[in-house]
Design a protein around this ligand. Structure first.
Ligand SMILES: [Zn+2]
Length: 823
């Protein structure tokens, strides 16, 4: 079957079935309620009281992805121009008018659906009512028929002129970066993006390039536009803007809205590479990967200072961690600390409460930098390579690089920017592998394409009796009520926690309204409003019946992520299992009392909770390291940077993305061969879709599929593993890679001509769809028992691994704990 339900999914306010699960593709229709792409509550009925939430022992709230991109076949969010008058709002709670408000007095008045206040209808917005009490103009006003709408708003919604589409690329040009091909590749990607007219914002879009090594260099073009003049910002310990922002920003889109003249960027790129080549001559021996001390964060600070009045998006390209200047970070990774109580320090950001003076100062500085950027509406999008192990280097030893993703990711999280942590493995020639280069390129194009909203503020309002008490997600929170974020992209997701002030009546309608005030990439000030209506319920069985498993687990994991900042991994793992046991226990005693006591009874909606929980425990978020990692017996998995990266994704992405971090997907590529030549079935486009390919049937996540003749594909979200058995038939290898012998697995690449290779490409494209970063494909051979194969085996979450029991054993353990609780 196809991966996309072709039926349009509509959801009226009284729908009692809840939306399709978050982890499967669907096509949504906005019929007055915001679609689950934008708003997804943990419970699709609202518990009627505090007590009900308390009894469930699970988080109650709603995930909001305000700028989610419509899927193929879905309508875009309609735009309503209120630039003269502003949208109609409630005089008391400031809610925006929507299709759930009640029209009274033949349209002269309206009652707010959140606080019940009766408001006068502004004369300019007046319309008479029909016999059913509906406004006559309902069909021509999108805000009265759709759950999600963009209101273009007047000047009064701006605290300064709306932000222009400004992009600053801050590129590592240190000797190590240049020698590995990193610098040239970044510059080429940027030039190509300009050439293709990819930057959003039309003719106002501007791009500036800044280079850094041990100092920061800006570039200007002389009047003839043929000569590059560089301006150096020498004080990397106290960075400033050496020249005004508008002098180094160049048009990134042509006058006709198409490609901009690309020569200027070519000239600057050549200048950077030529200059870098001369400055490193004689100092660098080539060969293996070298990190050079470079001042990436100081360069970013300098760029942010230049943008202080403008705001904008900084794309920071680092070949390694900042080792120099303001924001430099001391490498904090020690192999001996893995699997010990000292491990968490390596995946937590530097702390302001640290006893070490140097770390405390660094933490204070980072806090200052992120808040300064946030206030200036500057978002930081970080692309960083870790310098990996050069291929062929001895396994089991750590590559020297530790990037301190934990600390650096704060720059992105607080400002709403993205983070792409790229495995920077190099080949024998010391150059980044083609896989690393591809990951960088595709990640940059995602970063540009996902750009959706700038200088944004999110606020969630709800019906009287309920209150939004906090936002767990990206951004900078200055007040309890709202959260500010310099950039909100297509995947940026918050969990808004809801609490009861008073009890609600059974079947009462409960409204939740999420409003994102933002500036479009074209420079227009807009409020995007999403409305969600749920029914209140006093019945626990009913609440359990349409509980949203993906959202509950995602919300619990976001809490676990916070706990990891103060508690050890094993403690947080226990909490996570407790949450699962608690949910099933509450169901057992409240909803299935009469069942035989020895039986494990799971609510239909949560029956996969133990599987997802065991997946979470085995994911890079909560997978423990054993003390043998500390002794160097096995390489740590995950490394601190990998865990910090997974935590960043958890804290910023939607439940459907989070699901994929916990639950790898596993396929037999033999299933594709069976359908060779066919234009339908796995590896071919789904009927009626231009972009979606049908996936083969999923395998259970167990090593029972690791047979000698098999060729398997595993999607663990952060990367793909293509696993080759020992006796994969020759014709399969030919079809996949164009070779008869697998030979050196590190150099295998999908062939251009093979039918199977073509299908695998389509499958990869389908699996990568909607992801904000590019997961690379890794090819591994059976039985090598190297670090990569061990990681692959750890993804088979139904098996017993060295860290954790099998799924079946886990299920039994959960069952035992429930029985123990029942006494
Ligand atoms: Zn109101």
């Amino acid at each position: 079957g196809g991966p996309v339900s072709t039926a349009l999914l509509g959801r009226t306010a009284d729908n009692k079935t809840g939306p399709p699960v978050a982890c499967l593709p669907f096509r949504a229709l906005d019929d007055g309620n915001a679609t689950p792409r934008f708003m997804r509550p943990t419970l699709h009925h609202c518990p009627a009281s505090k007590d009900a939430v308390h009894q469930l022992k699970q988080p109650f709230g709603v995930f909001v992805t305000p700028m989610a991109r419509p899927e193929e076949g879905e309508e875009p969010v309609p735009v309503v121009d209120c630039s003269m008058t502003g949208p109609v709002r409630c005089g008391r709670c400031k809610a925006y008018v929507n299709c759930f408000v009640k029209w009274l007095n033949n349209g002269m008045k309206w009652q707010c659906n959140l606080c019940m206040m009766v408001n006068e209808t502004p004369s300019i917005y007046y319309s008479g009512l029909d016999g059913a009490g509906q406004r006559m103009d309902t069909s021509i006003r999108p805000e009265l028929g759709r759950g999600s709408v963009d209101f273009v708003v007047p000047q009064s919604y701006c605290v300064r002129p709306p932000q222009e589409p400004i992009y600053a690329a801050v590129v590592d040009a240190s000797p190590g970066a240049v020698a590995s091909g990193f610098t040239a590749h970044c510059l080429e990607m940027l030039t190509q993006a300009v050439q293709q007219g990819s930057f959003k914002g039309g003719q106002k879009a501007k791009l500036g390039i800044i280079a850094f090594d041990t100092q920061v260099t800006y570039f200007q073009l002389k009047s003839e536009d043929t000569e590059v003049m560089s301006v150096v910002m020498p004080d990397v310990d106290d960075p400033f803007a050496p020249i005004p922002g508008d002098t180094w920003l160049l048009p990134a889109v042509g006058e006709d809205g198409g490609a901009a003249p690309v020569e200027k960027f070519r000239l600057i790129s050549e200048h950077i590479l030529k200059h870098a080549a001369t400055s490193q001559a004689g100092s660098h021996s080539g060969g293996s990967q070298v990190f050079s001390a470079a001042c990436g964060v100081a360069a970013m600070q300098s760029a942010a200072a230049g943008l202080h009045a403008l705001g904008g998006r900084i794309m920071l390209f680092c070949h390694g961690p900042p080792l120099l200047g303001s924001g430099w970070l001391r490498p904090r990774e020690h192999v001996a600390d893995y699997g010990t109580e000292r491990e968490p320090a390596m995946f937590r950001p530097v702390s302001t409460s640290s006893k070490a003076k140097e770390e405390k100062e660094a933490a204070e500085l980072y806090k200052r930098i992120t808040e300064t950027c946030a206030v200036r509406q500057v978002s930081v999008h970080l692309f960083i390579t870790d310098g990996g192990v050069s291929s062929g280097a001895s396994r089991g030893t750590l590559p020297s690089s530790y990037c301190d993703i934990a600390t650096l990711s704060q720059l992105c999280k607080v400002t709403g920017g993205g983070l792409r942590f790229v495995d920077g493995a190099t080949g024998k020639d010391g150059m980044l592998t083609s896989s690393a280069l591809e990951t960088l390129s595709v990640s940059l194009s995602h970063c540009i394409a996902d750009a959706a909203a700038n200088e944004s503020v999110l606020k969630v309002r709800c019906s009287a009796g309920l209150r939004c008490t906090g936002y767990n997600g990206p951004g900078f929170q200055r007040t309890d009520q709202e959260i500010e974020v310099a950039a909100c992209d297509a995947t940026s997701t918050w969990f808004a926690e809801l609490k009861h002030d008073t009890s609600l009546k059974d079947e009462e309608r409960v409204h939740i309204q999420a409003a994102l005030l933002y500036t479009t990439t074209e420079g227009q000030r807009v409020v995007r409003v999403h409305n969600l209506c749920l029914l209140a319920s006093t019945s626990l069985p009913e609440l359990f019946r349409i509980a949203d498993l993906d959202c509950i687990v995602a919300a619990n994991l976001r809490n676990a992520s916070r706990q990891l900042m103060s508690e050890g991994v094993s403690k947080v793992r226990e909490h996570t299992t407790d949450k699962c046991v608690e949910a099933l226990y509450q169901y057992r005693i409240n909803c299935a009392k009469s069942s035989p006591p020895g039986q494990l009874i799971l609510p239909e909606s949560l029956k996969l909770m133990p599987l997802l929980t065991v997946g979470a425990l085995k994911s890079p978020i909560l997978r423990p390291n054993l003390a043998d990692a500390a002794r160097g017996a096995t390489p740590p998995d995950p490394r601190a940077d990998e865990r910090a990266f997974a935590l960043f994704l958890l804290d910023t992405l939607s439940p459907s993305h989070i699901h994929r971090l916990m639950q790898p997907r596993f396929f037999n590529l033999g299933d594709l061969r069976a359908a060779t030549g066919s234009s339908s079935g796995p590896g071919a486009l789904v009927t009626g879709s231009q972009i979606h390919a049908a996936l083969p049937a999923q395998l259970s996540l167990s090593s029972e599929h690791l047979l000698d003749e098999h060729c398997l594909l595993l999607d663990c979200n952060l990367c793909f593993y293509l696993w080759l058995g020992r006796k994969v038939p020759r014709e399969v290898l030919l079809d996949l890679f164009g070779v008869e012998n697998a030979g050196d697995f590190n150099t295998l690449q999908l062939s251009d001509g093979g039918d199977l290779a073509h299908k695998v490409r389509l499958i990869l494209k389908e699996l990568r769809h909607g992801m904000p970063f590019h997961a690379p494909l890794k090819i591994i051979s059976a039985g090598k028992k190297d670090a990569e194969e061990m990681r692959f085996l750890n993804c088979l979450i139904e098996d017993k691994t060295k860290h954790e029991m099998s799924y079946v054993d886990y299920l039994c353990a959960v069952h035992r704990k429930i029985q123990l609780r029942m006494g």
